[in-house]
Design a protein around this ligand. Structure first.
Ligand code: ADP
Ligand code: ASP
Ligand code: MG
Length: 837
């Protein structure tokens, strides 16, 4: 493709570069800017802002002086002088140029102080005086940059913007006259460019019809750059800023905001108009219809491309691209049931506010048809209300208009994207995202442009509303600005021993791509979309060990389903819900699938309940296009289900799975062979944490039969939940746990005799589960001591797969099958397999 910077005659075409305040913070920053300019081949016009913070400081000093604090102006003047002197010394060699610069900075500072003091005497700061005071920020910055650039070896000359930019004279936020500006720009700048000189122009300022300096409004240097770009027919305009480019939202409110690699002119114009500070609200106007591309680039990372604002159509997959928020607004409403009968109501409303010189940001429709509303800056609301009351005095008197009111402290949020017009349901998505977090929408903008939907909320709710809408449209997934590796965000349902072991293991594995973003327990949840830090997880684990619940450990109180809803609404990446509870969580899991979670289960219950619930869960996953993994439900970290799947994938058929799958029962039974009393062995299993808190859950065979059922279902078993042989005698089943443990020794003698009897025949007792497509059996069996099952010791598990290929000699998987650590390892493997797919 041809390089658009190269003109038809092979000449490199002009670019206009603007350096924002942050890019001119100090000598080091200016040196960096100069290096960028020097490295550029081809003609360039450089527009400079005031040094970082200077505009604010000049305004602040003047305002405080007017409010009676004359000293404030002197302080501002002194600091202005010091900063520019320092720069001059650092960047401009000693000599005539530097002396001129120092003298000029001195004069500027003195003049500032004098004007501010005069204003102080008048106790009034007019927009005109304010413009005169702040204009020196850009003027002084350009006065340093030009000779510094020259000294660094690139021929440069400063040209004052008041000679070029012609405005309507509206102090404080003047509008430029495009045609007149174009004439001046060409007359003054083209000859310099032709001679190979780089013009350095102060941004932000121009001159009104009477010749006085006017500013273009805060952030106006952006507009200066586009104005000059259009006037001179530049190939591109580049704005160097302290951000990576234009982001999907203000990064200060939406931490997940992402870099937009490309945006259409009209989208960028909309975002700018709705208050995204990254661009002056009117910066795109000069480029309209020109085909000139604008680039917003990172001053810190010049090697990165930033954002291209052009008329290309890309990112078509995103109907909504960005959000912008205007804060500090008031919603003014003219209301009345008789309003429809008042002729020209809208026209008269806006004529009245226009006459006040107040600029309306957005026009809103209320839910009923009986009002007309608009937003404007808070500070101007009183004036607007007074003007409207006057304009409608007669209608108010006749009861046609109920009144005019202002609701202050609101914000307008605009949802912007060119693809919105052709995509149904965008508005519904916006408002359901807000409704689900109970954010009250005060008003909705009429679709004046198909490029945006805007709405009004209380200012306090604005950031949250922006985050909600941002995640509803998955804007954090927009390309660019994010690491190439896709993250997998883990939500722990349950924060018991296994959950904690998993948290530690995931953190220690150093896999940045798998992060724990939330943990839930029955009290509530903790959530951090950037990942819960290792130290916080550690603190939570310690708290849980002391018996506290998450809601009391800095978490939020909520039910699990509320928590999941909240988390799902945030910009989580490829979320995985890990169920480490021992509860009936089927409904919750089904809901989570619908919210976009993949599932990893260590909890057997949802898979080992009624056949219908099992099927429902798997069907819900299929319907939602989500995946379910549950390796840790059988044999903890052992690759049991994985082995099954691999056999099937390789074309084999598994006919029977048989195994010792209870760590507790294995531990107890193998202890008996060494002469330990049954009661002691059970107590030790509890102490060591192998057994469930109530060991009867293990001794009853319930846990084993659940595992058997999970395996059998893999083989195609669709029958009822099987019964297991219960090792707890009926008399002990209903006792309180304490009494049960006390009476346990009554069983010792029976077990001793039984074990001895089998030993005499070379056999030992094992609790074995058999799963086939037709049946599941879990029972105590006497097996030869030297068989595979007979030689198992402690908590080890062993499973044998009889398949078509492994018919005479089954395939065996064996290893530690209980404990929080190995279970967590199994879970982590499942998460990894989801993450790498
Ligand atoms: P300059 O240095 O050119 O004057 P600004 O400071 O005016 O640059 O603009 C950049 C700032 O705008 C950023 O620091 C950021 O906090 C803010 N900002 C607000 N919304 C956005 C957005 N959507 N994308 C990028 N930055 C934004
Ligand atoms: N210095 C001005 C401001 O801070 C203009 C600009 O930076 O673009 O608003
Ligand atoms: Mg700016």
């Amino acid at each position: 493709m041809a390089d658009r910077r190269v003109g038809s005659r092979g000449r490199v075409r002009l670019e206009v570069w603007k350096f924002g305040g942050a890019s001119l913070a100090d000598a080091q920053a200016v040196r960096h800017a100069i290096a960028l300019i020097r490295a550029h081949r081809g003609p360039l016009v450089v527009v400079v802002s005031a040094l970082a913070g200077v505009t604010d400081a000049l305004l602040d000093g003047a305002r405080r002086a007017v409010a009676g604090d004359r000293e404030a102006a002197s302080t501002a003047a002194a600091s202005f002088l010091r900063r520019h002197r320092d720069l001059a010394h650092a960047l401009v060699p000693a000599g005539a140029a530097r002396n001129r610069l120092l003298a000029s900075a001195d004069a500027q500072a003195r003049e500032y102080r004098e004007i501010a003091h005069a204003m102080s005497a008048l106790a009034d700061l007019s927009d005109r005086a304010s413009d005169t005071l702040v204009a020196r920020g850009e003027r002084a910055a350009s006065a340093v940059v030009a000779p510094a650039l020259h000294a660094a070896g690139r021929r440069a000359e400063r040209v004052d913007a008041a000679e070029i930019v012609v405005t309507d004279g509206h102090h404080g936020s003047a509008a430029p006259d495009l045609a007149a500006t174009r004439r001046n720009a060409r007359r003054l700048l083209l000859p310099l460019l032709k001679r190979g000189v780089t013009p350095v122009v102060p941004g932000f300022i121009g001159a009104g019809p009477d010749g006085t300096v006017t500013t273009l409004g805060r952030g106006g240097s952006d507009l200066t750059a586009t104005l000059l770009g259009r006037s001179l027919g530049a190939a591109r305009v580049v704005l160097w800023k302290d951000v990576a480019g234009i982001l999907t939202a203000d990064p200060r409110a939406v931490p997940d905001a992402r870099l937009l690699p490309q945006m259409h002119h009209r989208e960028a114009a909309e975002v700018a108009y709705f208050g995204a500070k990254v661009l002056h609200p009117r910066a795109l106007i000069p480029l309209d219809g020109s085909g000139i591309s604008l680039y917003v680039r990172s001053f810190v990372h010049p090697e990165r491309p930033g954002t291209e604002v052009s008329t290309r159509r890309t990112l078509a997959a995103y109907p909504v691209k960005a959000l912008a928020t205007i804060r500090g607004q008031a919603l003014v409403t003219v209301a009345g049931k008789g309003l429809m009968g008042v002729p020209g109501i809208a026209a008269r409303t806006f004529a009245a506010v226009h006459a006040e010189g107040v600029s309306v940001s957005t026009i809103f429709q209320s839910s009923s048809e009986s009002s007309i509303g608009f937003t404007l800056p808070d500070a101007e609301s009183a004036r607007a209300v007074a003007a409207l009351e006057k304009a409608f005095r007669e209608e108010i008197g006749r009861g046609l208009v109920d009144g005019v009111s202002a609701r202050r402290g609101v914000a307008v949020i605009a949802v912007v994207g060119r693809g919105m017009a052709g995509t149904p349901g965008v508005a519904a998505r916006v408002f359901s995202a807000l409704a689900s977090s109970r954010i009250n929408v005060i008003a909705i903008a009429q679709g004046s442009s198909e490029l945006n939907i805007s709405f009004v909320v209380e200012e306090g709710a604005a950031a949250e509303a922006a985050r909600r809408v941002h995640s509803a449209f998955q804007l954090s997934k927009i390309g660019g600005g994010r690491p190439p590796e896709r993250r997998t965000d883990v939500v722990l349902l349950g924060f018991g021993r296994v959950g904690r072991a998993l948290a530690t293991m995931a953190a220690a594995s150093g896999e940045g791509r798998i992060r724990i973003v939330a943990a839930l327990d029955r009290s509530g949840y903790v959530f951090d979309p950037r990942g819960v830090s290792r130290s916080r997880l550690q603190r939570l684990a310690e708290g849980k060990d002391r018996g506290d619940l998450l809601a009391g450990l800095g978490g939020r109180k909520a039910s699990a389903s509320e928590a999941l809803q909240w988390i799902a609404a945030h910009a989580v990446s490829r979320p995985v819900l890990v169920d480490v509870t021992a509860e009936e969580t089927g409904d919750l899991l089904a809901a989570a699938l619908g919210q976009g979670f993949d599932l990893v289960l260590a909890n057997k219950k949802p898979l080992a309940g009624p056949e219908a619930s099992y099927r429902r869960l798997l069907e819900a996953a299929a319907a939602a296009g989500r995946r379910v993994r549950y390796e840790a439900t059988v044999g903890a970290g052992l690759p049991v289900i994985d082995t099954f799947r691999k056999l099937v994938e390789s074309g084999d058929r598994v006919m029977r799975v048989e195994g010792c799958v209870s760590g507790t029962l294995g531990f107890v039974l193998s202890s008996l062979e060494r002469g330990r009393p049954f009661s002691e062995a059970v107590r030790e299993a509890v102490q060591k944490g192998y057994a469930e808190p109530d060991p009867r859950d293990d001794l009853s065979g319930q846990d084993v039969v659940r595992k058997g059922l999970i395996l059998a279902r893999l083989l195609g078993y669709a029958g009822p939940a099987p019964l297991a042989e219960n090792l707890v005698t009926p008399a002990l089943r209903r006792l309180p746990l304490g009494t049960f443990l006390e009476r346990l020794s009554s069983l010792d003698e029976g077990w001793r005799r039984r074990v001895e009897g089998e030993a005499a025949r070379g056999r030992v007792l094992r609790y074995v589960v058999v799963a086939t497509a037709r049946a599941v059996r879990a029972s105590l069996r006497a097996v030869p001591r030297d068989s595979a099952f007979g030689s198992l010791q402690g908590t080890r598990n062993l499973l044998s797969f009889t398949t078509r290929r492994y018919r005479t000699e089954p395939l065996v998987v064996s290893g530690p099958g209980a404990g929080a650590e190995v279970t967590a390892a199994g879970i982590l493997n499942d998460i990894r397999s989801l993450a790498s797919d």
